[in-house]
Design a protein. Sequence first.
Lengths: 114, 113
Amino acid sequence: QKEVEQNSGPLSVPEGAIASLNCTYSDRGSQSFFWYRQYSGKSPELIMFIYSNGDKEDGRFTAQLNKASQYVSLLIRDSQPSDSATYLCAVPMLRDNYGQNFVFGPGTRLSVLP
Amino acid sequence: DAGITQSPRYKITETGRQVTLMCHQTWSHSYMFWYRQDLGHGLRLIYYSAAADITDKGEVPDGYVVSRSKTENFPLTLESATRSQTSVYFCASSESGGNQPQNFGDGTRLSIL
């Protein structure tokens, strides 16, 4: 079972719409969740992160946690063509062999159509 | 400027050669990480370091060696490069491990012929 899963996409939305990206995780004890944006050929860039105590809004971005169903969502309001990128979800997990470190999902490719 | 820098940005080498990728950060972060990113596998942790002289294996450490004699530097060495190590390598750092955000360098695109 993969530990952090994302729909690989591409997810296509029209400009101005809300883009909804989901990430499911296997470790019920996970306490923090990170969203990164990665443009093609570039490095991952932190967008936002939340802890298990609540959702978070930052400008056009909102991260929401559903602990019962073990998924975290990233909503992008008023999507712009510049939002077109791959979005990576990362969840710190404790591994027997190498401590607690980030486990990254495969990423969802978002395409915002003008 | 403060940040995390990787060098070289691009590298082509041959199988069996030794190659070292450099990573330098100016934030004085305690933790540093090396990842590789491959199609179909996403980002995978190779090695990490909690402080100077403390390093630990990640998910895919075989064929790699790291050292951390100074807090700001965390070089990654491929002792005898293989084609399967062709990848994009990212260095990252964070103030502490676990639940703290990681900041990534620009990456090194490594091709092994």
